[in-house]
Design a protein around this ligand. Structure first.
Ligand code: ADP
Length: 338
């Protein structure tokens, strides 16, 4: 397989937590606590996990909307985490974001034409006539007519607004789009239309996506590779079918139980998710999931497990990796239920 378009190495994003009358630092939230992953051109990496596990922070740090605490974000071999000035400005063209809320992410005082054209103006891309023609093309691509040009976001439905957000994200012809819960704010009936649009755009343009969602069925539908995140770390990652058919981390299996209409085998293999997640400020010596895990052994509380391959990694393909010392027995039980 060719070199990845995006390669993230041991990325951290920590936030100081202040409190008290003197606003002293009380601790640190490790929102992203050592994430490594890669995304290939034309592929979708689905990033899943419960609210608060660090998905948005990871997405925003990849875009350099947040300064990383440490680690590398290599885009086409160049480190976005270190880039500044002109180099960062250029790299930003290649990576764009689609946000969750199509109501607050579009400037209500600009027309749709102005919204979609704005990134081209900022980056000085083409003449005015070229920019206007491109805006028309982009609106047609996302299924909106030229009459949208002069109208304001408030005149559109949620699904249409998200189409406008997608058109804006595409205006600089990016190679990677980070989509943070892009359909979560939409009615279920509209969700699949926007998802299908995104999948079609990927096919037509060879786009890569980092697709952030708490909704496993959405992630199963769009992803090539799935990463499961728990308290700032990836606990399981691999090809979409490996993750959904042979989940091996107890946390992944607990999440699977939340899929409403699923394969009955999958249900049998799942474990209930009980108890509270530890505070993201806690520094635990062992596995962060141990306090909620029905399989936890004493050894799990001693040392944090590394991501290790399940069986032999396929030559050149994406390996299925799991951070659990009991991955083989749990994964095999999931593959052969009953
Ligand atoms: P998710 O997207 O998975 O819901 P987030 O990335 O929003 O998770 O949050 C991860 C953790 O980081 C949470 O504990 C959240 O409270 C904390 N966090 C996010 N942004 C900030 C910030 N600006 N300052 C302090 N803590 C933050």
């Amino acid at each position: 397989m060719s070199a990845p378009l995006l390669e993230v190495r041991d990325l951290h994003k920590h936030y100081p937590v202040r409190g008290g009358v003197f606003s002293r630092t009380m601790g640190t939230v490790r929102a992203v606590a050592g994430v490594s992953l890669s995304v290939h051109a034309g592929q979708t990496l689905g990033l899943v996990g419960e609210s608060g596990c660090g998905k948005s922070t990871l997405g925003r740090t990849l875009m350099r909307l947040e300064e990383p605490t440490s680690g590398q974000v290599l885009f086409d071999g160049q480190d976005l985490a270190q880039a500044s000035g002109e180099a960062l400005f250029k790299l930003r063209r290649e990576v764009q974001m689609v946000f969750q809320d199509p109501y607050s992410s579009l400037n209500p005082r600009l027309t749709v034409g102005e919204i979609v054209r704005e990134p081209m103006l900022v980056h000085g891309l083409g003449s005015k006539a070229e920019q206007v023609a491109r805006v028309r093309d982009l609106l047609a691509t996302v299924g909106l007519g030229a009459d949208a040009l002069q109208r304001y976001p408030s005149e559109f439905s949620g699904g249409q607004r998200q189409r406008i957000g997608v058109a804006r994200a595409l205006s600089l012809n990016p190679r990677l789009v980070i989509a943070d819960e892009p359909v979560s704010a939409l009615d279920v009936s509209v969700q699949s239309q926007v998802l299908n649009l995104m999948v079609q755009l990927q096919r037509d343009r060879g786009l890569a996506y980092v697709f952030i969602s708490h909704d496993l069925s959405v992630v199963e539908h769009v992803s090539d590779v799935v990463a499961i995140m728990y308290l700032g770390r990836i606990v399981e990652m691999g090809p979409v079918r490996a993750i959904f058919d042979r989940p091996a981390h107890p946390y992944t299996r607990a999440l699977m139980q939340a899929i409403p209409a699923g394969d009955p085998r999958r249900r049998r293999a799942s474990v209930p998710l009980s108890g509270e997640a530890p505070s993201p400020m806690a520094v635990l010596p062992g596995c962060a999931f141990a306090s909620r895990c029905p399989y936890a052994l004493e050894a799990c509380r001693q040392a944090a497990p590394a991501l290790e391959s399940m069986g032999a990694a396929p030559a050149g393909g994406t390996p299925h990796v799991v951070a659990c010392i009991r991955r083989d027995e749990i994964g095999n039980a999931a593959a052969n239920p009953g």
